[in-house]
Structure formats: C-alpha cells, structure tokens
Design a protein around this ligand. Structure first.
Ligand code: KIV
Ligand code: ZN
Length: 521
C-alpha cells in the first residue's frame, strides 16, 4: 500500500437501498437504473443497489444494475441467513465486480428479536459469512446497531466475521446515537484490538438522528475507517443517512486537516442531487449544505459586496466544483431544439431523442406563457416528468373558479384509458375541488400522505413544482409536475401518482412484500 492509498476513502453509496427504504422514497425500476448509472459515472466506488430478497422488483433492479455497471462494485444486501445470501448472489453475480453485504443486529435490543444467545449469534455469523465468502470473494459484514453493542461482544463478532472471510467490516450507527469522539474511538479501538483487523477495510455507516452523521463519518475516518457509507442528499430512514455530497466536499475543501481523498467527480453532484430529489419526491431543503438552493446564494448587501470584490470572501468552494452553473435567462419561445439540448447538457442532462422531444413540447408551452425561462425552469421540466407517461389517466382540461365568497369549483375533463369523461366538484379551495373531481372520475382509496408546492424561480409567473405522495394497501407512489398554474401542476402531480399506483397494482403483486430487517431466521 502506498502512502497515497492509505488516504484514499472508498465511497459506498446506499441511496438505492437505505435511501429508497425511507417511507415514501420508493423509486421505479427505470429510476433506479438511471440513478445507478449516474452514480457509476460519478465515480462512486460501491453502489448498494438494493435488497434482492425483499421483492421481485428489488431483485430485478439489482440484477440489471449489476449487469449494466461499468466501474462501480455492485453490492446487494442480505440478512444473516442462507436463503437471503443465495438470492443476493443470484442478483449480483453478473456484475463485473460483485459484493455481498450481510448483517445481523448485535446489540442487546437487536439480539432479543430473533431470540439468539450470544453464542448462537456468533455461530450464525460464522456460518453466514463463510457461506457468502464461498460464493463471492468480496464480502461485507455489518453488526447492526454496533454503537449500542457491548464492546467485548462487538470485538468477538468482528473477529469471527474476519476469520470467516469478510473483506470489509462496516460499523453501523443504526439509530444515529454516537458522537464524533466516540465514533473515532470505536473504529480505532476495533482496529487496535481485533486480531486480523489490519487485513480488512473498516467502514462507517451513520444515521443522522442527532444531526451528526457527517461529523461522525469523518471522525470514523480519523479513527481509521476507509469506507464511508452515504446517500445522495442524505436520503434515508428517519433523519436520513450521511450525505455523500457533504463528506466528499468536506474532505476536498479541508484537505489541510482531513488529508483523505475520494474518486468522486464532484462536478456531477448537483445533477445527481436534483435527480434523486425528483425521483424520490424528497425535495432538498433550501439551506441544505452543498446542494441546497441557497448554498451558494449571497443575498445580503455586505455579502454581495464582498463577493464582487473577491469570491473567496464568503465562498469556501466554487459553485462549479459541485456542478452548479450560473442561473441566467437562457431561452425564449424562439429557441430551438438544438439550443435546448445544449442548455440541458450544460446542466448535466443528456436526454435521449424521445425524451428531448417531450421536454421540447413542454418547453414551448412554457415559453408561450412565461416571459423569462430560467435554467431552473428547464430543470423542473426535465425532472417533473410527464403526467401522461403511463397513459391510463390523462388530464385533458381543467377550469377552476374560486373567490372569497364560497367554495371553489373545478371542472375536469380526463381521459381514462382513452375514454374522456367530465366531472365538476366543489371543494375547500381549488386544489381540494380538483382532487375531488379526479376522485369522482377515478374512484380510489389512496390516502394523500404528502402534498408539497415549491416555487421554482422568483416572480408571480414562476413555475410551481408540486409533489404528491399517495398510499394504498401498503403501496406508495409519488407524482410530480411543474406548471406556471399551481392548480394545474397539482392536478397533474396527483394524476401522475395515481398512474404510478395503477402500474404497481397491475404489475407487481409481490413488489410490496413487507420484509423486516429484524427477521433473521
Ligand atoms: O443502519 C443500519 O444498520 C443498516 C444496516 C443494514 C447496515 O442500514
Ligand atoms: Zn442504515
């Protein structure tokens, strides 16, 4: 190992597994493939593509990602049983560089669930890691809830996993409980104590319940970890996982005190952040580090003055380093397809011809209505998608009347599998009336679990991006749409989500198999 290699930190992205597991963040098969392709291009070392035994859909996604990946290692998750591990291997075995990741909860609370004694669990770890290693020469093992596991037992289990052939030992802070000093000490202590520790890579996997995931991950690296597990935008269960963009940029910007580096092409960060936000329906908060809309905005007079004189006055990294180009007025109604293609390419979107045609039609419609079309407007057109993509339900027209005097009224014409029907409904505001009209034409029991409106740019003619999340019989579908008319965007987003629910209902009976991480038998 050269001196330089010892400072190289492996980036393990789990957006498609731990991130997608976050309630409501479910992605379609095509979206998972797209995100995996972008991660691979960005130089992420390892992509945890899913949990193959969880469902037919997860298996197929992991398997296709494995076949398509060019450079990244493709990893699948498996609980500590032979069936999970075999299924995982089936899904990843065609990858150029496959990895099996198997885990078991080692803390007292987690041991109690399968009701295993310490000795029984030790035997299970030995048998499952050995089995995984017989299938694949790249095996990662995780003691789930490591940060609340008794020290002696943690050392014992890590030693067993190493002896059984694990090549990476991941130390998860499953409930976001640790703090930086403890995180560093834990990894350092394991490396110093466990026999064989110097033969494997130690990884850190932090959750953000106390807002310390990034700090804890970097502290773990200071303690000797050389793999960080993270997700784009910090997507993940509860308060999320460590954000990839934060740890990668922290090491890049503060190399003076954190002398470690990664293989990530940071100029691709913004594009991935936008795509993950769009497909998961989890918008990025405006003041989110690195990828928030305001992360590089300087509004106050003092800041603007300083920035004009010398950008370094208030800027510790350049917007270009994360793939952000300046927002300016770019396109008008006379702009053509080639200009649109090139403008989108500047923003990191390379569209296939049919996608470009679809966006071009919507761009022209927007340019007719909106005086100034900004980069952010174009991005919204690309990311919001087309509500008619599955063609079951298509909005044909919508008119709404509302005022201060009484309920709003919406008249909606919608095609249902090609047959047009009209409904008029009153409601508590125009959106409520519109959603009722949709439900009259397409009766359904789906529960609206999220309705979110986001102005893409400033001004009263700004486009609104609307996100709608629906839940029905354990299935979750997210729809998005953008329009200068908030009610139209809402209707389209609602119909987009309904179309996705219909696809899931029809296509995949077992796509929704509830599978518990606690069930290790
Ligand atoms: O948070 C966690 O413990 C996990 C494991 C499955 C590694 O995600
Ligand atoms: Zn996790």
């Amino acid at each position: 190992m050269t001196d330089q290699d010892k400072d190289r930190v492996v980036i393990f992205d789990t957006t498609l597994r731990d991130g997608e597991q976050s309630p409501g963040a479910t992605m379609t098969h095509a979206e998972k493939l797209e995100i995996a392709g972008l991660l691979d291009e960005m130089g992420v070392d390892i992509i945890e593509a899913g949990f193959p035994i969880a469902s037919e859909g997860d298996f197929n996604a992991v398997s296709e990602i494995a076949k398509a990946a060019q450079t990244s290692v493709i990893c699948g998750l498996a609980r500590a049983n032979l069936q999970d591990i075999d299924r995982c291997w089936e899904a990843i075995k065609h990858a150029r560089r496959p990895r099996i990741h198997t885990f078991i909860g080692t803390s007292p609370l987690h041991r109690a669930i399968p009701d295993l004694t310490q000795d029984e669990m030790a035997g299970r770890i030995h048998d499952t890691v050995t089995h995984a290693r017989n299938l694949c020469d790249n095996v990662q093992w995780s003691p789930m809830d490591a940060t609340r596991t008794e020290w002696d037992y943690l050392c014992r289990t890590v030693e067993i996993a190493i002896k059984a052939g694990a090549t990476t030992i991941n130390i998860p802070d499953t409930v976001g409980y640790t703090a930086p000093v403890e995180s560093a000490d834990l990894i350092r202590g394991l490396i110093e104590t466990v026999p064989g520790a110097d033969e494997v890579v130690f990884a850190t996997h932090c959750h953000n319940d106390l807002g310390m995931a990034t700090a804890n991950s970097l502290a773990a690296v200071a303690g000797g970890a050389r793999q960080i597990e993270c997700t784009i935008n910090g997507l993940g269960e509860r308060a999320g996982n460590t954000a990839l963009e934060e740890v990668v940029m922290a090491m890049k910007v503060r190399g003076d005190i954190m002398p470690w580096y990664t293989g990530v092409d940071t100029t691709k960060i913004m594009n991935l952040s936008r795509r993950v936000a769009a497909v998961s329906g989890f918008n990025v908060q405006f003041n989110k580090a690195i990828v928030g809309k305001n992360a590089f905005a300087h509004e106050s007079g003092i800041h603007q003055d300083g920035m004009l004189k010398n950008a370094e006055t208030f800027e510790i990294m350049r917007p270009e380093d994360v793939g952000l180009s300046e927002t300016n007025i770019v396109m008008g109604k006379h702009s053509g397809r080639a200009a649109l293609r090139s403008k989108l390419k500047d923003q990191g979107y390379e569209l296939a011809d049919n996608q470009l045609n679809d966006v071009f039609v919507r761009f022209k419609a927007l340019a007719d209505r909106k005086k100034e079309v900004y980069d952010d407007d174009l991005i919204a057109l690309v990311t919001a998608g087309d509500e008619s993509e599955t063609n079951h339900l298509v909005i044909k027209s919508l008119s709404v009347s509302c005022g201060t005097g009484g309920p709003a009224e919406a008249t909606l014409v919608m095609a249902i599998d090609g047959v047009e029907a009209t409904a008029t409904q009153k409601g508590d505001g125009p959106v409520d009336a519109t959603f009722k009209a949709v439900r009259e034409l397409h009766p359904n029991q789906a529960r609206l679990s999220l309705y979110q409106v986001h102005a893409v740019t400033e001004g009263t003619d700004a486009q609104a991006t609307v996100t709608v999340r629906l839940e029905e019989d354990g299935r979750i579908a997210t729809g998005q749409s953008a329009d200068t008319d908030t009610v139209v965007a809402s209707a389209k987003a609602y119909v987009h989500a309904l179309n996705r629910l219909l696809v899931r209902r029809g296509k995949t009976g077992n796509d929704q198999t509830e599978i518990s991480y606690k069930d290790v038998s």
